[in-house]
Design a protein around this ligand. Structure first.
Ligand code: NAD
Length: 472
């Protein structure tokens, strides 16, 4: 949905930075440097189709900020990929990493293909060739630039990228850290697949736990009584929905590119997902009303709207019609800068993308650490911790002359494995970052969370530049 033909996602991100910069004292030139994309790589290569036909495939990799190395960001496969979009997404990655204190610069990649129009074999050839092009120009490597999944890509594509990189760099001991979001069998990490959606859940939970903020919206704190509409039932939308549902929220609507479904009594995410697997679409889900235009669902009444598909979904065209009280930006850039002004005036509480979907890069960071240290979390200390816990529980039982129930005893003794460590690490990061932003919101008297989040990120990136001596 494009409100007007001059829409630039990258300029929108820049305008958010400008708004936040007014609350800082950094020199104008430094803010300009922070906003720029440091390196932009545009590549084309041929794909051989059947019967001697060829197709030109276009790809991009943009490294937004080299204030930290390596740079990090997903690779998107979509027919809508273009330079402006990849630049904007790369910039958001820099701000996101700074916000959650993950020591990477920001980057993003995109290949302009509609995955459903290609066979698996063709997608593999596209992925491997794109990776080779990145290798040629030093745009990939564990110390240089580390891609991850994004819209239209997943563990399968990441495995092809890793394998291609390994083929060219078999002597590099850290080679597996060249990409994250890999399948577990290819040295991925437990919890990465669901990390972004789970992070969205942690972020929403923190936001709605604030009595003060919820009171202003006429809502009670907590997720339990909230109605939710989700746009996009892909990786991020699915795991966000699953987690919200487990916490007691009612998912009343799901929008997809080809329409939506609505049921005020609630939709079971797992059953909708299964229905999509069986029929190829979420539409005609038993018991739900089918909505012809999925976009219309964004305007339905609900407590929380979660856009989890693409950018530029809430624009000046529909911002006045949005009835949700809270919008959780699981996707990158779903609300345009102009639409945000309208929504804020109307009192809508927006939890911004650079914070809310940062769970993906957080767990990618854990995967990268696992790959470069070549050991999985918990492997060395799990048994040791269990033995210590056992000694402690024995001592407590002896001193109190009681025996704990077996289940409780085992829970106390159990050491943390990789999943438990990753998930608690993710929760800690998301909760900590929310409160950092919230403090800035209060201290600087900023009226929205996005500006507070950008102030936080800009300050951290500025310090990096100043400490590097780039701006003595
Ligand atoms: P995905 O490809 O797994 O899923 C996207 C879903 O959105 C698909 O089901 C698709 O059919 C649907 N969709 C497409 N156009 C739509 C439309 N107009 N209306 C409704 N639904 C539509 O992608 P994803 O990985 O879940 O990414 C979604 C968003 O989250 C993107 O903005 C991405 O940049 C962002 N994000 C993803 C990750 C990650 O780890 N995958 C991390 C951070 C941010």
């Amino acid at each position: 949905m494009t409100a007007n033909s001059t829409y630039s996602f990258f300029n929108d991100v820049g305008s958010f930075v400008d708004k936040a910069a007014r609350f800082t004292k950094h020199p104008k030139g430094l803010i300009e440097q922070i906003k720029q994309c440091n390196s932009i790589y545009h590549v084309t290569f041929p794909l051989r189709l059947q019967k001697g036909k060829f197709k030109v495939i276009e790809g991009y990799r943009v490294q937004h900020s080299h204030h930290k190395s390596p740079v990090k960001g997903g690779i998107r496969y979509s027919s809508g990929v273009n330079e402006d979009e990849v630049k904007a997404l790369a910039a958001l990655m820099s701000y996101k990493c700074a916000l959650v204190n993950v020591p990477f610069g920001g980057a993003k990649g995109g290949v302009r293909v509609e995955p459903s129009e290609y066979t698996v074999d063709q997608l593999e050839r596209i992925t491997r060739r794109f990776t080779s092009e990145l290798i040629k120009r030093n745009f990939i490597g564990p110390a240089v630039d580390v891609p991850a999944p994004d819209y239209g890509t997943g563990p399968r594509e990441m495995a092809w990228i890793a394998d291609t990189y390994m083929t060219f760099n078999s002597e590099q001991v850290n080679a597996l850290g060249c990409v994250t979001g890999k399948p577990l069998t290819q040295h991925g990490i437990r919890g990465r697949k669901e990390a972004t959606g789970r992070g969205v859940f942690f972020g929403l939970r923190e936001a709605v736990d604030s009595y003060e903020d919820m009171q202003k919206l006429g809502l009670h704190p907590g997720l339990g009584d909230k109605t939710v509409i989700i746009q996009g039932l892909g990786n991020v939308g699915y795991y966000t929905g699953i987690n919200l549902q487990k916490q007691g929220s009612t998912i009343i609507g799901i929008a997809e590119y080809n329409g939506g479904i609505y049921n005020e009594d609630g939709l079971d995410i797992e059953e909708v997902h299964q229905h999509r697997m069986d029929t190829g679409s979420i539409l005609d889900f038993p018991g739900a009303k089918t909505i012809k235009n999925g976009q219309d669902l964004l305007e339905y009444a609900c407590d929380i709207l979660v856009p989890a598909a693409l950018e530029n979904q809430i624009t000046t065209k529909n911002a006045t019609k949005i009835q949700a009280k809270i919008i959780g930006e699981a996707a990158n850039g779903p609300i345009t800068a102009d639409a945000e002004k309208i929504l804020l005036k109307r009192g809508v509480f927006i939890i911004p993308d650079l914070y809310l979907n940062a769970g993906g890069v957080t767990v990618s960071y854990f995967e990268w650490l696992k790959n470069i240290s070549r050991v999985s979390f918990g492997k060395i200390n799990k048994k040791y911790n269990e033995l210590n816990n056992q000694l402690m529980v024995d001592a407590i039982e002896d001193a109190s002359d009681t025996n704990l129930p077996y289940k409780q005893r085992m829970q106390l003794i159990k050491g943390a494995g990789e999943y438990e460590l990753v998930d608690s690490g993710l929760e800690g990061v998301m909760v900590g970052a929310y409160h950092e932003i919230n403090e800035i919101r209060k201290k600087d008297n900023v009226d929205d969370l996005r500006t507070a989040a950008f102030i936080n990120s800009i300050n951290k990136i500025a310090v990096s530049y100043l400490e590097l001596g780039v701006f003595p």
